[in-house]
Ligand binder design. Structure first.
Ligand code: MG
Length: 234
């Protein structure tokens, strides 16, 4: 087949020349839940689907979210939850699910967040199909937009895989290297060894020299999480 014929066949297939709009690219994968990733043998399981025993409220009291059916769900107004355990360097895996809120706009659209060491928020939001900004899903809130918009549609399970390197200090306590993070969303790298110049809003504290927990944000929406595990590196 000649190049001309091939091109014509392509145009016919896509409807060009027939008065039809070209077919939209199929994005079937955006409708499909990520397969759940079992914790490797080195991992500390932070949530396996049944109970919130590894978690507390910000005031140290009982975590107020619901655990059911293999996932946990935000109970709006009950507040953020954080792990009892704290971490320095780590690899984190978690899966999340966003409600579909067609009437909501911007930051009201299925907002939550994953705070590394309780200090650096990876935004959780319904940003499907948008040109991602530094407050959209996958952004390090207010610091950096994701390299790609790797979001799936709401009501579909997604995942974050995170490698976090805590800041380094010399013997006198002077900061020598800022924190760094690599984030992979739904198998796409959205931050590549990004330096974190500061903590992000709503952080637990600014004591960056200390280890910190994983904190999940209650922003008033019925966001779900499942299968959360972490591998401490240091
Ligand atoms: Mg948030």
């Amino acid at each position: 087949m000649s190049a001309t014929t091939t091109r014509r066949s392509f145009l016919v297939m896509t409807g060009v020349g027939l008065g039809l709009a070209p077919a939209a690219p199929t994005l079937a994968q955006d409708d499909i839940d990520v397969p759940t990733v079992p914790p490797p043998k080195f991992a500390t399981v932070l949530f396996e689907g049944k109970d919130l025993s590894a978690w507390v409220a910000r005031n140290g009291g009982t975590a107020g979210w619901k655990a059911m059916g293999g996932y946990m769900e935000v109970v709006p107004g009950s507040g953020d939850i954080l792990t009892k355990q704290t971490f320095d360097d780590f690899q984190l895996h978690l899966e999340f699910w966003l409600p579909y809120l067609p009437e909501a706009k911007g930051q009201a659209r299925a907002n939550s967040g994953v705070y590394l060491q309780g200090r650096y928020e990876i935004q959780v939001l319904d940003s499907y199909g948008l040109q991602s900004k530094e407050n959209d899903c996958g952004a390090i809130y207010g610091i950096a937009a994701p390299l790609f918009n790797a979001c799936k549609k709401p009501q579909v399970w997604q995942k974050y895989d995170v490698a976090f390197r805590a800041p380094r200090f010399d013997v006198s306590g002077l900061l020598t290297e800022k924190a760094r993070v690599t984030v992979v969303q739904n198998s796409v790298m959205i931050h590549d060894n990004l330096e974190l110049p500061s903590t992000t809003g709503g952080e637990l504290d600014k004591q960056i020299e200390k280890p910190g927990p994983i904190l999940l944000q209650d922003h008033g929406n019925l966001v779900r999480y499942r299968n959360i595990w972490i591998i401490p590196v240091k």
